[in-house]
Design a protein around this ligand. Structure first.
Ligand code: NAI
Length: 266
């Protein structure tokens, strides 16, 4: 298994919920974290709460960067910042997302576009703009004849973990744009697994069912629980555990991981 100790992870949607739980789990295993979200003060407060275990004598250098993930120019600024600060990117977790609770015919075009822009394009920009950084870290050389990458075994392979949703593959009412955006995230991840895998970078996607966060606060009723074979909503720590597995298992690549208490079986 790979270790998270000494690795640097960028986590979008890191101010709360699933993203923040992943940040805590990774930091508790010795990773340094850069949280991405919309509000700098909220992120700075979240950073203060992250565990700071020592690894190789140096405390991990956590940080935060507030920007809207649908803004590709802000992603580019971040890449420049990472390069100038000589910070590596070992793991990218795209967890930022917004939900929908309205039938398609009642959803404005602006709302639908916003959901796709944040959930799908925000994830795509992060992958697209940080991949070259992750590839450069893998010291090696391109074998033009086989269009492949000869890797240096000493380099740590990079990893992308995208957070999609059960609704990417199962119908849900009032979530058409959301479902479409999350299906896009699954397809994006699969395509990246093929393309980036040649460069030693793994790409995986988690499809959570209903997880207890601000996003589902209004849904936690008994009717919903009765639909879930496990009889309850999931916990953020359970999603974080899945993310840790994907980050550390060197053979986890193109994994499409349902984490829904069995709801996808119904
Ligand atoms: P949440 O609402 O608690 O947190 C969302 C996070 O994303 C926050 O940190 C927020 O600041 C950030 N964010 C939202 N829009 C952003 C933007 N435009 N730019 C930058 N940051 C932005 O949500 P939760 O539940 O933690 O969800 C995390 C991810 O998991 C989302 O992608 C969501 O779609 C997905 N998901 C959640 C499920 C659930 O039941 N909670 C189920 C399936 C998927």
């Amino acid at each position: 298994m790979l270790s998270l100790s000494g690795r640097h992870c960028i986590i979008t949607g890191g101010s709360r919920g699933i993203g923040l739980a992943i940040a805590h789990r990774f930091a508790s295993e010795g990773a340094s974290i850069t949280l991405v979200g919309r509000d700098q003060t909220t992120l700075d407060n979240a950073v203060k709460e992250l565990p700071i275990p020592l690894h190789q004598g140096t405390p991990p250098n956590h940080g935060a960067c507030a920007f809207n993930v649908k803004d590709s120019s802000r992603w580019s600024d971040m890449v420049t910042f990472m390069r100038d600060a000589e910070r590596k990117v070992d793991v990218l977790v795209n967890a930022a997302g917004i939900s929908q609770n309205s039938f398609m015919f009642k959803t404005s075009l602006h709302q639908a576009k916003e959901i796709v822009d944040v959930n799908l394009m925000g994830t795509m920009y992060g992958c697209q703009l940080l991949l070259p950084t992750m590839m450069r870290q893998k010291s090696g050389k391109v074998n033009r004849m086989f269009d492949s990458f000869i890797t240096n075994n000493k380099a740590t392979p990079g990893c992308i973990i995208n957070i999609s949703s059960l609704l990417a593959t199962h119908a849900g009412r009032g979530a058409a744009a959301y479902a479409a955006s999350k299906a896009g995230v699954v397809s994006l991840t699969r395509a990246l697994a093929w393309e980036a895998g040649r460069f030693g970078i793994r790409a995986n996607v988690i499809l959570p069912g209903y997880i207890e966060t601000d996003m589902t606060k209004s849904m936690s009723d008994d009717d919903l629980k009765a639909l879930i074979p496990m009889g309850r909503l999931g916990k953020v720590a359970e999603v974080a555990d899945a993310a840790a597995f994907l980050a550390k298992n060197p053979y986890a690549h193109n994994t499409v991981l349902n984490l829904d208490g069995g709801l996808s079986a119904t």
